[in-house]
Write a protein that binds this ligand. Structure first.
Ligand SMILES: *Cc1c(COP(=O)(O)O)cnc(C)c1O
Length: 374
């Protein structure tokens, strides 16, 4: 019975062109991969600065393993709160100009842990149509009423706030700073102002933010910044930065913090080292490179100028996207084929992400290969 159910489910996915397979391959450098005896240039990693490969980041992890072993052994609330966390959370609070920060096991765990702490069944969530699945899952767990505005459409957001806000106790607006599948940016200042006028809070998923800056000089108290340590930082983990009170409430109540083992000390140490590196003046010249590389690519193909390191090329149908990705793979480029349910139906796409380490020649070769399939 169970096997029949699984077989039927898989057959259905296959028929829709939505079957997914895990391919075994590994990183060999900042933008290079190996699969069997084949080598590829990757345009599908979120490790925008190649920090997962940086010698100093690796060294921090190696030293931590040497002294502290590989696993944390318990949740942070039990015995897993290694002193490295204190350092990392201080760095993250400083980065977002907040009083405090709280680190979780992953970005996903951050969302499904924090959102149910902020809102419950008497509350309202007003969310951008394109927010990440992990935020949506957090909302589902919270039991709050969910209503969604058209992507980046603040007028529609106002409409929903006018219609629903008064019927609920608390209200949380959710968006992404840089949208993970479209590469465009949210109108953050407008949304923060709206949140103020409707007595709402605003939580912003900054998983793909390259300039980790918060609008304004200080952190508005109704703003909860969420980020990941698994992308720009090249390591693993997630966090929120907010006021001391909000962070203390989250530490007390977030179930994914209470009931899940802390990150291995080496991961926390690596995250900390990566974050410190990003802030060093000698590293400053790297910070603008992912966006500059994405812009070079969009310019070569006469696409709208990239707004972030992420560039989508929408080919609509699943099969077409799979064929395009296979063609690029044959040419030596690893590019993500993104299909539903990650993106809406009929918007399947190639998703290119650019690293600070891509060379001009690599981008030109990619553009040439892509122009053959457009
Ligand atoms: C990757 C991602 C997450 C989840 O972060 P993980 O650390 O990978 O769990 C959340 N939101 C967005 C927009 C993401 O791209």
């Amino acid at each position: 019975m169970l096997d029949t159910f699984a077989k039927e489910t898989l057959a259905l996915l296959q028929a829709k062109g939505l079957y997914r397979t895990l391919v075994t391959r590994h990183k060999t450098g900042e933008v290079t991969f190996e699969e069997g005896d084949k080598a590829y240039i990757s345009f599908s990693c979120n490790d925008y600065f190649g920090l997962s490969q940086h010698p100093l980041v690796k060294k921090a992890a190696q030293e931590a393993i040497h002294y502290y072993g590989v696993g944390a052994g318990a949740s942070r609330l039990v015995t897993g709160n290694h002193p490295f966390y204190i350092i990392l959370e201080k760095q993250l609070a400083a980065l977002k100009k907040t009083e405090a920060a709280c680190v979780f096991g992953s970005g996903y765990l951050t969302h499904i842990g924090v959102i149910p702490v902020l809102v419950g069944s008497n509350d309202l969530v007003v969310a951008d149509k394109y927010i990440h699945a992990s935020m949506l899952d957090g909302v589902k767990l919270s039991g709050a009423k969910l209503t969604r505005f058209r992507h980046n459409d603040t007028a529609h957001c106002v409409h929903l706030l006018k219609k629903y806000r008064k019927h609920y106790r608390h209200c949380l607006i959710l968006t992404e700073e840089t949208f993970s599948m479209d590469g465009d940016r949210a109108p953050l200042e407008e949304l923060l102002d709206l949140a103020l006028s409707y007595e709402a809070w605003c939580m912003v998923d900054g998983a793909h933010s390259l300039d980790q800056e918060v609008p304004g000089h200080t952190h508005p108290s109704h703003y909860i910044a969420m980020g990941t340590l698994s992308k720009v930082m090249g390591g693993y983990g997630g966090y929120i930065s907010a006021s001391a009170e909000v962070v203390e409430m989250v530490r007390n109540k977030a179930r994914t913090l209470l009931f899940s083992t802390a990150l291995p000390p080496a991961v926390v140490a690596a995250n900390s080292r990566a974050l410190a590196l990003l802030g060093e003046p000698s590293y400053g010249h790297m910070l603008s490179r992912p966006l500059a590389n994405a812009r070079y690519f969009t310019q070569l193909l006469s696409l709208p100028p990239a707004q972030s390191a992420i560039v989508p090329l929408i080919l609509k149908e699943e099969k077409k996207v799979m064929e395009a990705a296979a063609y690029l793979l044959e040419k030596g480029f690893l590019v993500a084929a993104i299909r539903p349910p990650t993106v809406p139906l009929h918007t399947s796409r190639l998703r290119f992400s650019f690293s600070a380490h891509h060379s001009k020649e690599q981008i030109e070769a990619l553009a040439k290969a892509v122009s053959a399939i457009r």
